[in-house]
Design a protein around this ligand. Structure first.
Ligand code: PHE
Length: 352
């Protein structure tokens, strides 16, 4: 037999235990452990109910009430504790994850123009000041425009000057230079005079080295008119070079050969690195080549729709990457298209 007083003791003790353990429970999981310990199938409160049959029958209703009250109170305390813990968790997360809206924002990295684009725009600026317009011409060309109409028939040894990517489609190729644009622009404007520059990408089937890329830019220039002479060529190119490289530089024109100009020449500048005394960059000559040029060949004028008895003209071709390399003493052309930001970000000038 169990006496009611004994049970009352146990109820009191369990009420106390429940309160203390809930207070100490620091997490939802710990609360759940306390619940199982008291109200689970083998929990201490659950087990109290099993004592009921051992009480004197007249004490049982009173005892049942006591245990039920204990159970209800524990459950209520458990819910309160759970609610408090949830609120605490939310509060803690709010504090931990708080955003300090007063902190300055992270700067957004600004893009800028590729150095080739920057120098191209500089070239446009200089030539537009001398009345040249920009004319675009295709990168995929016919053999006819890239070679034949420029006095380079099939099997002509001059084709060796341009290692060529041929397309699968017969007669098509990636232009090896911007000179085929001369034919396009002449056929568009003949018999009007022309002053145009033709920028764009060119492709050569070559071993990629510090000095040669498979893809690079060129800017072609073409002036056609009555009474245009080599003096005009020299004047325009010298003015360009002074604006591009600075007033102090010296230039020279040297005889050369291109099938589509006659006479042909190359323009050199005194070596920026050694000031003309001779170094590794200029191969100890004191001079570096900056572009190829010449008077438009009469046959090319005819191919473009001009009568060489009436019209003459000059043409030139330069490489913007080469200009940058000379200007900033860059010794590897591959840097331009390797997309290494450490290189590209050094060219911060120029319009965005
Ligand atoms: N197209 C020539 C080259 O790629 C350069 C050039 C252009 C020479 C115009 C003369 C006149 O080498």
């Amino acid at each position: 037999m169990v006496q009611i007083e004994e049970l009352e003791q146990q109820v009191k003790a369990l009420a106390e235990e429940g309160r203390e353990r809930l207070e100490q429970a620091g997490s939802l999981e710990e609360c759940e452990a306390v619940r199982v310990a008291l109200l689970g199938r083998k929990g201490k409160i659950t087990e109290l109910f099993q004592l009921l049959p051992q009480l004197p029958p007249e004490a049982r209703p009173e005892a049942g009430k006591l245990i039920n009250t204990l159970k209800d109170q524990f459950q209520e305390a458990l819910e309160q504790r759970l609610a408090a813990l949830k609120a605490e968790t939310i509060e803690r997360r709010l504090q931990e994850e708080a955003v300090d809206v007063t902190l300055p924002g992270r700067p957004v990295a600004l893009g800028r123009l590729h150095p080739s684009t920057q120098v191209l725009r500089e070239i446009y600026r200089i030539f537009s000041g001398m009345g040249f317009q920009v004319f675009e011409s295709p990168e995929i060309e016919t053999d006819e425009h890239n070679f034949q109409l420029l006095n380079i028939p099939p099997d002509h040894p001059a084709r060796d000057m341009w290692s060529t990517f041929y397309l699968v489609e017969p007669g098509l190729l990636l232009r090896t230079h911007t000179s085929p644009g001369q034919i396009h622009v002449m056929r568009k404007f003949a018999p009007e005079p022309i002053r145009a520059i033709l920028p764009g990408k060119c492709y050569r089937y070559e071993q990629v080295t510090a000095r040669s890329e498979m893809m690079f830019h060129q800017v072609e220039g073409l002036a056609i008119g009555r009474k245009i002479t080599m003096a005009d060529l020299k004047g325009v190119l010298t003015e360009f070079a002074h604006q591009m490289f600075g007033e102090g530089r010296r230039f020279r024109f040297r005889a050369s050969y291109f099938p589509f100009t006659e006479p042909s020449l190359e323009m050199d500048m005194d070596c920026i690195l050694c000031g003309g005394r001779g170094c590794r960059v200029c191969k100890h000559t004191g001079w570096v080549e900056i572009l190829g040029a010449g008077m438009v060949h009469p046959q090319v004028l005819r191919n473009g729709g001009y009568d060489p008895q009436e019209f003459t003209g000059f043409a030139f071709g330069m490489g913007p990457e080469r200009i940058l390399m000379l200007k900033y003493n860059i010794d590897d052309i591959r840097l331009f298209f390797a997309n290494d930001l450490r290189f590209l970000e050094q060219f911060s000038g120029g319009p965005r």
